[in-house]
Design a protein around this ligand. Sequence first.
Ligand code: 9MR
Length: 384
Amino acid sequence: MKNKVFISVISSAVIAFAMTGCSNPSQVTAAASPSYSQAGIHTGFKDNFMIGTALSADAILEKNHSTLNLVKREFNAVTAENVMKWELIHPKPNVYDFKAPDRLVDFAEQNNLFLVGHTLVWHHQRPDWIFENRNGSKVSREILLNRMEEHINTVAGRYQNRIDAWDVVNEALNDDGSLRESLWYEIIGEDYIEQAFIMAAKAAPKAKLYYNDYNLFEPAKREGAIKLIKNLQEKGIRIDGIGLQGHYGLYYPDLNQLENSIKAFAELDIDIFISELDITVLPLPNGENQGADISLDIKIEDKLNPYPNQLPSVVQAKLAERYQEIFAVFNKYKSSINRVTLWGISDANTWRNDWPVKGRTDYPLLFDRAMNKKSFVASLPLAE
Ligand code: 9MR
């Protein structure tokens, strides 16, 4: 597999770069050939699936549009990374902030990009007032359903012919496949998911309606998601797809498990997509993902943030190989997968730098900190 990573790299300069493992951004620019770096990533996958990215508020509102120019060249799908989450778009009762969301919708429309709204109902990144009466006690099921409906009507309704798809409900499952006991669940009951999909279908009848979650390669969680989807389908409630988030590492997930999930979801006759792909190279604090085959001399205090200045060549090669093998799985199931979205553009701005440990230097995306495309990207579409 490792050899394959480099097979289609088109210039010897790039090969030299990859083998020496230089990760200094200015050297990256010097090594990459112009034709190589100018081809949009999505064009390489045009017969397979869309290739998307998530856009931050900074990128959307940037004055000189340099990030947006890169995005429209490289990707054909975009997702709102944060700006459509309840806490930002609807921070107070009757207060909505549509500035960045409107810009994003305009941008996607003007450039013919598939636009995913993220997300209508989630336990996280939402203000507390949703669940509270004026005195701070919890609201009734009826009030919460009303608030949910008002939110979905206002947000999904505003963009009803302009946003292609919504992550209607996000992360409703625990890793064992049971329903997460969020405040939505606690106050409304387990039909809150059904209600959200019914409301979204009314507010945005033309948008695709999706369920989105992480760790769906885990067999128990996969079963939980299948149950959730089948329940909606049996009740005649529209659900159009499932997003496998794809927050992966160098040593997880197990690719057979990933394949098994894709196959199982494909049987449900809904869209399947990878909604939030990134691959961390950093160790997890609990000792996982440390990669015994990477023999680096890491000091104890640097163990959790081993590459603050640059990524050593051996780890870069491993990241390239990992992207290659993961895309090989996606390519194999191209008839079932309709989109692969990276969770961000460059390593400079990724949630991975701050989770699960704050302030680290991670390298999980396809563009480096200077916004240069990484050398291995050119070889990704060829993998089978
Ligand atoms: O990338 C998002 C980051 O900027 C936010 O701080 C974070 C808050 O939880 O959410 C990140 O995006 C998450 C996404 O909305 C849902 N799946 C997990 C993503 C990574 O945390």
